[in-house]
Ligand binder design. Structure first.
Ligand code: ADP
Ligand code: MG
Length: 383
């Protein structure tokens, strides 16, 4: 494949990142989440290359090139390659129609910052191959196989939210997703005088995969304890506060706090959906602060940089809410801020943050946007 020039794609796919207003770490506990796809995305250009089994994939962001033989797929030592290889493996498990292709990836999403560049990468890649070879996979199948790819090849035991939001997002809408039934409602977001501001700590969350899986295990441990008394329980979603209190003494204080956080967070998400429906952004924002406190003290996945950004916003009446997003230990905060104050606030918090940590932050507005989409540029072969 010619790396830069003369690449005439047959299909272009736009695959968005996502924000999650509230519902941190509830997805893998079969709970509720309130995400939206955003107007920052990864672009994929695809074309068939006429071979039966050779796939060439270029990441322009990393300036790295991956050649895959479809007959010999196995996990790689190179982190980013596993997202590609894992998705290819899942696709081959479901279809015998995949053949050789070339793919160029270019992204405007910050990588590893909690905006789910990983799900955007997986889903956009799967979506493109589905179109290119007419595999007839549904959007839900794409989201699910991408989550499975992340489990099996990358090793992050993530929930379904990131992939779901990236694929199913809608302009100006927030998804109120039930991760147990996988049913969702689209709730219009009419912020009018307010904006959604993302602030990136620019701290890498290197440890997050191991902590992420550990949190998942702690929640499962909690479920096991509760099952001794309530055998029909299969996830924290079905556990009430009073059930948890009944078995509190049977579990470690740490596991208790993890479970308590998840149960309370599920309640917050449901309340937040109601506030969103009634455009009550003040109460909606307050729940974001409560979510952050839970992630900081009960779930223990925040860090000084994230806490600084959230604390800095408190008491400023033009900021309605702020919380950390994503796996934890770095990445971004999501903030609901009055639009007239965005520019001065970015300057003010930027100075204060740099003064404290000697790191520059990035800040940008995002808007709820459409999920994965594609354009066909030439008539496909055989049609
Ligand atoms: P997040 O999903 O919050 O951005 P993750 O750690 O889950 O953070 O995923 C980031 C990983 O996804 C990167 O380390 C890299 O392996 C992969 N990735 C994301 N975007 C790209 C890209 N444009 N090119 C290559 N790999 C990418
Ligand atoms: Mg991710």
């Amino acid at each position: 494949m010619n790396k830069e020039n003369n690449f005439n794609p047959e299909i272009i796919v736009d695959s968005p990142g996502r924000i999650n207003f509230i519902g941190g770490h509830t997805d893998y506990n079969n709970g509720f989440v309130l995400p939206a796809a955003i107007d920052k995305k990864i672009k994929f250009e695809f074309k068939k290359n006429g071979t039966s089994n050779i796939c060439n994939v270029l990441s322009k962001n990393y300036n790295k090139f991956l050649v895959v033989d479809l007959a010999k797929i196995k996990p790689s030592k190179e982190g980013w390659e596993n997202y590609i290889l894992g998705v290819l493996q899942q696709l081959l498990d479901r279809s015998d129609r995949v053949r050789g292709f070339d793919c160029v990836i270019s992204s405007e999403l910050p990588i590893g910052s909690g905006l789910s560049s990983s799900a955007a990468l997986e889903c956009g890649f799967a979506y493109g191959i589905n179109e290119l070879f007419d595999l007839k996979l549904s959007k839900l199948e794409i989201a699910q196989l991408c989550r499975d790819a992340e489990h099996e090849y990358v090793g992050t035991k993530c929930g379904i939210m990131d992939q779901y939001a990236s694929v199913f997002g809608k302009e100006n809408m927030v998804l109120f997703l039930d991760c147990l039934s996988l049913e969702y409602q689209l709730i219009p977001m009419q912020l009018i005088d307010y904006s959604v501001l993302i602030i990136n700590t620019n701290v890498e969350h290197n440890l997050s995969t191991s902590h992420y899986n550990k949190r998942r295990e702690e929640c499962e441990e909690g479920v096991e304890v509760i099952r001794e008394k309530y055998s029909s329980i299969s996830s924290l979603r079905e556990v009430t506060l009073s059930m948890l209190e009944e078995v509190k003494k049977e579990m470690s204080p740490v596991v208790y706090q993890r479970c308590l956080y998840v149960i309370q967070e599920n309640e917050r998400v449901q309340k937040a959906a109601e506030y969103l429906k009634s455009n009550n952004f003040k109460n909606f924002g307050e729940l974001l602060y409560q979510c952050h406190e839970g992630l900081r003290y009960q779930y223990e996945i925040s860090c000084n940089e994230l806490d600084f950004l959230v604390d800095f916003s408190k008491g400023k009446n033009f900021v309605l809410g702020s919380r950390m997003m994503g796996g934890g230990f770095g990445g971004c905060t999501v903030n609901i801020i009055h639009k007239d104050f965005v520019d001065t606030y970015i300057e003010e918090i930027g100075w204060a943050y740099e003064d404290k940590f000697n790191v520059k932050l990035d800040a940008f507005k995002v808007a709820p946007s459409n999920g994965t989409s594609h354009q066909l540029l030439t008539v496909k072969e055989n049609q």
